[in-house]
Structures are given as C-alpha cells and as structure tokens.
Write a protein that binds this ligand. Structure first.
Ligand code: ARG
Length: 421
C-alpha cells in the first residue's frame, strides 16, 4: 500500500472498511477544475513571495496542465486510497514532476482547498441556474441566488487548516487571481463556514417549491376533468397498461423532485447543527446534497420551461367553465357599493341573489330585474353591465389587478425588463 500524504506519524495503514467509508473521491472529483485553478493561483503566489523558485512554479504549472488534460481525456486514474480530489491531484503531480510538487502544499491545507473549490464551484452553479431561471422567469428566485453569489465570493485560501501561518503568504494575491472579492477576514471562519451552501440549497428549495406548485396546477388542468390545457406529445408519456393515456409525467416528476431538493437542504442544516468551530470531517457530507440539489433544480427548470413551451390552452373548455361558480358576485357587490350601499350590506344582498340563482338554476346575469329587485330595490337596469364573466373582468382596474388592461401593462413591463423580443 502507498504511504498516505499524511502518513508520517502512522504505524499502521487504515482498514479497507475505513478507507472505503472515508473516501470522497467518488463524488468530489467533479471539483477537479476548481482544485487545479486553486493550485495554480497558490503556486504562483508562493513563487511571488519567495516560498518556491520560479522554476519549481513552472514545473508545477506544466504538471497541472498535463493532469487537467488527462482528466478531461478520461485517462486519469482516480484512486480511492488517495482519498479525495485534493490528494489525488497532488499525489499525481508528485508522480509526474517529483520534488517541486512537494512544495505546493506550503501554507495550505485541504480544509481551505475543499472550501475554496466549493465556493468556485457554487459560483458557476449559480450562473448556470440563473440562466435556467431566465428561460422560465422566476424573478425573486434569481434575486436570492444573486444575493448568495455576492456573499459567497470571498476567498478562504491561506487559512491553513484553521490558524493561518507564520509564512509570508499573500492572501490578497490568490483571492484576486481566483476572481474573489477579497480574502475571508478570519481563518477559523474561512474553514468553518458553509452558509453559502445553505443559502444555495435554501434558494433552490424555494424555487423547487414554486415549480412544484406550477406542476400541481398544470397536472390538474391537464386532467380529463379540467381539460384546460393539453401538453404536446413531446412532453408527455404514456401508460404501460392503459393505451388511451397521455400523462403530464414530467410535471408530476417536477413536483416529486422538489422533495429531494428540500431534503438536500434539511441534510445540510442538520449536518451543520451540532458542529464546533473550524473544519470537521462531517463537512465532507456537504457535497452530495449540494451537487444533487444543483443538478436536480437545473433539470426541473429545464423541463418546466420545455413544458411551458409545449402547452396548448383550450380556450373553449376554459370559456365553458367560466360561467359556473358565480365569479361575478364580487363585481356585483362593487356595483352596489358604487350605489352607496355599505359593503357588508352589499355582501348580504349579493349572497341572497346567489341563493336565488341557485334555487332557480340561473346564473346571476340570468336573473330578471324583477327578481333582483325582489331582493333589494337598489338594483337598476345598469346592473347587467356588471354581470357575466366578460363584463366582470373588465371592471378590474386597480393597480396589479386581473383586468385585461392591467394584465397587458404587467406583461409589457416584463417583456421590456427581460428584453424579450
Ligand atoms: N475530503 C475532505 C472533504 O471533502 C477534505 C478535507 C480533509 N480535512 C481533514 N481534516 N481530514 O471535506
């Protein structure tokens, strides 16, 4: 067995069970790009500060290039006995270039590496999710991620496990090189903090719940009973036993997958709940929920967007459903308010008009003026301008209301804000 990078004080190697249990390479290898970026910045800074020669730096940079290429070509061998992405890359670099590689870990620990990699990964993940949100457009969901992005963009590198270092490193230089706003101010906080993961998982959970609500509504409207919308075949699936079925399964799955995204947040909240300061190995468990949440929300957004683009609204079915349910009752109350009737009294008069309609099997607009006057003499011929759904919706004109004019204004606002052509 190869001696571990941390093997100096150990007399025995770990058992197979411990090795298998503790590894993270099976899932953290996706961080290879960020890990290599971090190492490039770190080596460049160490050379600038006189902590390695420029020729050591150059062979490190060349070695890292080669490793990156071999990973991307699918040729790199990821080793479980090298535990995680950080030690796999460092050990491979040592295999490749020898002595200079041993200087790379000067004034650096895996604790700062892992959280630096994770912040860089999250930055890209947020940009990707934002693009997906824009195709479907959920404004507040984007805002939460943008907030989170600005708070996470600080650099932990140089925390050196937890305490900082006596070596003359320049944390501002690495922070700049990696596009961070600044180095984190406190070395213990730098390796402890996973707020940014919690924030992304929270923002994703809220987005997931929105998509789930949308999914619920679309599934309901697509049902035989409602029939308000028909998804195209491209976004529907069939039944293995009922040949007639065409199901809006993608949206049922969007509703279902929201459970995972919320679960990922719960996992991380509970993971962090009992942790003391600084890095604890428990934190290795932050990655799978993070990756799962980001991948799942991206899929949910993509499929919801495609679904939205593949829906036909069945105007006729919708029109047919509108007259039932006395949707114009509130407009009728407003009519009475306009005539000077106090709202509570108007509410009661309209309630009795609805009761009359129910017993006569008539909609409100089908009640005669005589029938209406039998309830209250304030009704006049002009009442019919307020009755029926078509008339009723025209009356809504308060800011942000559902009247056609107001809806058109709202649409115009978003079309220009989102630069939709
Ligand atoms: N694989 C670890 C992780 O993903 C790296 C940190 C190792 N630090 C430690 N103290 N064992 O979190």
């Amino acid at each position: 067995k190869e001696i571990k990078l941390w093997g100096g004080r150990f007399e025995e190697s770990v058992t197979d069970a411990v090795e298998k249990f503790s590894e993270s390479i099976s899932f953290d290898k996706v961080l290879y790009k960020q890990d290599i970026m971090g190492s490039r910045a770190h080596a460049t800074m160490l050379a600038h500060q006189g902590l390695m020669t420029s020729s050591d730096r150059d062979s490190i940079l060349l070695g890292l290039d080669e490793i990156e290429k071999s990973i991307e070509a699918g040729k790199f061998v990821w080793r479980t006995d090298r535990e995680d992405v950080h030690m796999n890359i460092e050990a491979a670099l040592t295999d490749l270039i020898g002595e200079p590689a041993k200087k790379l870990h000067t004034a650096r620990s895996r604790n700062d590496q892992v959280v630096t990699d994770l912040r860089l990964w999250c930055r890209d993940a947020i940009d990707n999710i934002l693009a997906c949100i824009k195709s479907l457009q959920l404004e507040r969901d984007a805002g939460r991620l943008i907030d989170c992005r600005s708070r996470l963009n600080f650099c932990p590198l140089g925390a050196c496990a937890l305490a900082g270092t006596g070596l003359p490193i320049d944390r501002f230089m690495t922070s700049d090189a990696l596009g961070f706003t600044a180095p984190l101010r406190n070395s213990i906080d730098a390796v402890s903090d996973r707020d940014f993961v919690l924030e992304i998982l929270s923002a994703n959970s809220i987005t997931a719940v929105h998509l789930s609500r949308l999914g619920e509504e679309w599934v309901l409207w697509a049902s035989e009973e409602f029939g308000f919308l028909t998804p195209s075949d491209a976004v529907s699936t069939g039944s293995s036993i009922m040949p007639q079925k065409k199901n809006p399964d993608p949206m049922e799955l969007v509703r279902g997958k929201s459970a995972r995204v919320v679960g990922d947040l719960m996992t991380l909240l509970i993971l962090c709940k009992g942790l003391p300061q600084a890095y604890n190995r428990d934190l290795q468990e932050d990655k799978e929920p993070l990756f799962d949440s980001v991948n799942t929300i991206r899929g949910m957004l993509e499929v919801s967007t495609e679904f939205a683009q593949n829906i036909t609204f069945n105007q006729e079915r919708i029109q047919k459903a509108l007259p039932s349910g006395f949707l114009d009752a509130t407009t009728l109350a407003d009519y009475l308010v306009n005539k000077g009737v106090p709202f509570r009294t108007a509410h009661d008069i309209v309630g009795r008009s609805v009761a009359l309609g129910l017993s006569a099997n008539k909609q409100l607009q089908e009640l005669t003026l005589v029938e209406l006057k039998s309830i209250n003499s304030v009704f006049e011929e002009d009442v019919y301008e307020f009755l029926g759904v078509q008339n009723s919706v025209k009356k809504f004109c308060s800011y942000g209301s559902t009247g056609s004019q107001c809806v058109a204004e709202q649409l115009n606002f978003w079309v220009s804000k989102l630069e939709i052509k």
